[in-house]
Design a protein around this ligand. Structure first.
Ligand SMILES: Cc1ncc(COP(=O)(O)O)c(C=O)c1O
Length: 452
């Protein structure tokens, strides 16, 4: 596998502070020095003293994983060391998921599924218990990703040539979805006020022209980390309603909210007309790192709004995806609560590290998500990333800087220019790794940035 990916596995081991790793993930015995108990015979880590082990790096290299195995294809010289880009977590998944999958694969037949009732109940209970949203089964459509649901909604509400409005910087996938639906996008760039990204209300309303048929709300916002308050959501929703624009609320990061912040589902805002004018897209694929298990759902409290999306949508669910997601909904809460605290502490670690060791890098305190959006504009100016991008045939200075960082530090981050207006000078970093990996990454970044 090492040959296939062109990766130097020892780089990872060295970087991650490991001395011995077994083969591909899934067979790696990760017994924590912190006292986690020995593995069960099938390598599912046991809960020791009530704690899951997020500290021991879990080696994903060579498992065809996009976060660690894609970037090195562009760096055949072995410069790449740390995959801190794509939004998946490095942790070994909740044991209840592996157990459920192992149980199911004892049966060797993979024909069509009969029912998704347990999955649907899991979705209903999760929303009610964790977020106080009471949904009825008929309000929900199960999907195989946020992408297909959103594309169906765009096709349904936005005629070709018309537009979807995006509050930016925002998840790059929204632009791909719009391309998939043959529609245009309009950005409304946020303002940066006292260290927080804020909606530019005047600009947002000015962009709500007659050809704009939908507004994407991303809550929590990837990559800026905003967890939108009730009043902010209500204001977005009322503006959209006034301009006859439907709200598509992507809440895939809804569970990953930091201490002191509260996620408000768009469907819980205090205005029935606003709620009925919306469709919410959600999943636990960020919560439990189940992205490639292809499972999500969308819902609307308005049956007609939901029916409009459904006419363009057809889910193709996989048996293992349903098994994994159902197990996570039913038995994964404790694992996730611990993971969430760990991620929160990683954010704090990064914030303190930057203040102390990399003062030239701008830091925005995240309210949610396990991504952080760092401002490298001073370093980029110092190396003249703009001219260098032209000289190296890169589309944006941030793309050049991505390469520069890999060559100087081994760290692979996502260029801010992928996230629409307001992304320039920034890079997105994934913080969902063992603390020792995050710490090594920060040291590598500081060494590169501070010598400029
Ligand atoms: C805001 C947001 N929406 C959607 C997705 C992708 O969702 P899915 O994999 O379910 O299509 C991501 C993945 O990073 C995301 O961050």
């Amino acid at each position: 596998m090492t040959k296939q990916t062109g990766l130097d596995r020892r780089n990872f081991m060295k970087g991650a502070g490991l001395t011995a790793l077994a083969g591909a993930a899934g067979t790696v015995a990760t017994v924590a020095s912190s006292g986690a108990s020995a593995q069960s015979s099938n390598d599912i880590p046991l809960l020791a003293g009530g704690r899951y082990d997020f500290d021991t790096p879990y080696n994903r290299v060579g498992t065809n994983c996009s976060r660690w195995d894609s970037p090195p294809r562009n760096y055949p010289g072995g410069e790449f060391k740390y995959g801190m880009g794509v939004a998946s977590m490095d942790f070994e998944c909740a044991p209840c998921i592996t157990e459920a999958l192992q149980d199911r694969i004892k049966h060797h037949n993979w024909g069509y599924l009969s029912t998704t009732e347990d999955l649907r109940n899991g979705i209903l209970n999760w929303n009610a218990e964790r977020h106080g949203v009471e949904l009825a089964p008929e309000m929900i459509t199960i999907s195989d990703g946020v992408y297909p649901g959103m594309i169906a909604a765009m096709r349904s509400f936005i005629p070709k040539g018309n537009k979807v409005l995006i509050i930016t910087p925002a998840y790059s996938g929204f632009y791909s979805m719009a391309r998939g639906a043959h529609i245009e996008t309009v950005d409304s760039e946020m303002l940066y006020v006292n260290g927080r990204y804020e909606v530019n209300w005047e600009d947002l309303e000015a962009k709500m022209t007659a050809d704009v048929r939908a507004l994407i709300v991303c809550n929590p916002q990837n990559p800026t980390g905003n967890v939108w308050t009730h009043d902010e959501l209500l204001r977005m929703g009322r503006l959209a309603l006034e301009h006859d624009i439907v709200v598509l609320s992507d809440e895939i990061h809804s569970d990953v909210v930091r201490r002191g912040h509260k996620y408000t589902p768009f469907a819980a805002v205090n205005d029935e007309a606003v709620v009925n004018n919306s469709v919410t897209f959600n999943a636990i694929s960020k919560t439990f790192n189940l992205a490639a298990m292809k499972n999500a759902y969308y819902y609307s409290k308005s049956p007609t709004t939901l029916a409009r999306v459904n006419q363009y949508h057809r889910a193709e669910l996989s048996t293992l995806g349903v098994v994994a997601n159902t197990a996570a909904y039913e038995n994964g809460a404790e694992w996730f609560d611990q993971a969430k605290d760990y991620l929160d502490d990683n954010h704090t670690f990064i914030e303190n590290y930057i203040k102390e060791h990399m003062p030239s890098v701008g830091y925005t305190r995240n309210e949610g998500t396990f991504m952080t959006f760092l401002d490298f504009s001073k370093t980029m100016a110092a190396i003249d990333a703009e001219s260098q991008a032209v000289a190296h045939g890169k589309n944006t200075p941030e793309q050049y800087f991505q390469d520069w960082l890999v060559h100087q530090s081994g760290v692979y981050l996502n260029p801010g220019s992928s996230y629409g207006e307001g992304g320039s000078g920034h890079m997105r970093m994934n913080v969902a790794s063992a603390r020792s990996v995050v710490s090594d990454v920060m040291d590598a970044l500081a060494t590169a940035v501070n010598k400029v």
